[in-house]
Write a protein that binds this ligand. Sequence first.
Ligand code: SF4
Length: 451
Amino acid sequence: MALSGIEIYKLLPGGLKPPHPKANCKECGFPTCLAFAMKLAAKQAELASCQYVSEEAQEKLAAAAAPPIRLIKVSSNGHEVAAGNETVMYRHEKTFFHPAGVFVRINDSDGLDAIRELVSTADEYKVNYVGMDLAVDGFAIKSTGDAATFSAGVEAVRGATKRPLILISADAAVMEAGLKAAGDSKSLICGASPENWEAMAALAKSHKAPLTVGGSTLDEMAELTDKIKAAGVEDMVLNPVVTTLPEALGVWTQLRRLALRKTFRPLGYPIIAFPSQFSADSQIAAVQAIAKYAGFIVLDRFNPADLYPLLVFRQNIYTDPQKPIQVSPGLYEINNPGPDSPVMVTTNFSITYFSVSNEVEGSGRKGWLLVADAEGMSVLTAWAAGKFDAERIAKTVKSTGIESKVNHRRLTIPGHVAVLSGELEDELPGWEIKVGPREAVNLPQYLKLME
Ligand code: SF4
């Protein structure tokens, strides 16, 4: 559990009884040990700035500073999926940091050619959403038979993708064959149970790979993570047995609370979810897993129609609610515009920008799009906050040099801010201000009428 400033102070030279001879020496850059302690508690100073803290105190402070949910990484060929290090129960409290890694499951019995084809297709899948490329994060290979079959299946997957892998088998000998076939990548071993944990922990240790820990109850999992940690494995992922949507929600919420509110270290690890195991509607289950609180999600099939909304949903959950997604302010060309092409203006909120540019681009019409710096807010929000006013729009017109690119002086503003047209004419003498549609979807028709 995080220590308060006073608790930290009691471990520093000034807080000892009797105080250390160097108490309040100011060498850390703060006037007193108490001031330094307060900064440490606020995570605005580094303990290393004081060289007079005893080893014992250092250990206590380091343990208190360790993240309540351990950061676990799986990686391969430059691709990495990280889970953990989360600090809040609810996204609006601060933000969620590490988006749940989405993996597609393959069975080693599917046939090697079919495996290669499916993995290649899923590996190439990519969608652009508000300027970001969304894709699957990796593949999970499940053993259905012996070590040779698993090894061949992992090799087939490895040959078709460079992304990280999750290897699924309860048999340590089979798992070892899979780990060898996976090569140098840092794969997630799935995994340990009360029956096989010693052999799985030995594999995780020798391959320096993270290990999932399964259990029917929280007590069972906590006991197991303690044993596995004692065996020398630090990187673990929790794999609680859940059979229904409500049960999954309850168990995962309990795990998050225990980690964050109680700093209960034995359960302070990310969670892996297999949506099809606890709901007939695996899409709904995957959505729940993304929202609360899976770090790794294994889908039992690759279906772009399911994947796209899931990845967009994940993106929305994991953006920082205090920082709107923005595009750079400036001048954007759509469909190679010329000097006669219309000039439009909008804000730099990503979704606003992409809504407008996609509509115009899709219509096949040419246009110049001025994107004003509205601190990442949408049109109406920015206008209400005073971030999208006549002065800012005029500044955008002048700073982008649009006047030298067109042979007309007509500027279309969003219909939602029609009220700005009078002020804009004062700010931009010689320009005719046109009021466009309120919604981007109506832009193609508006541009057609303008011709
Ligand atoms: S370096 Fe700072 S914290 Fe350490 S003894 Fe001196 S004043 Fe206290």
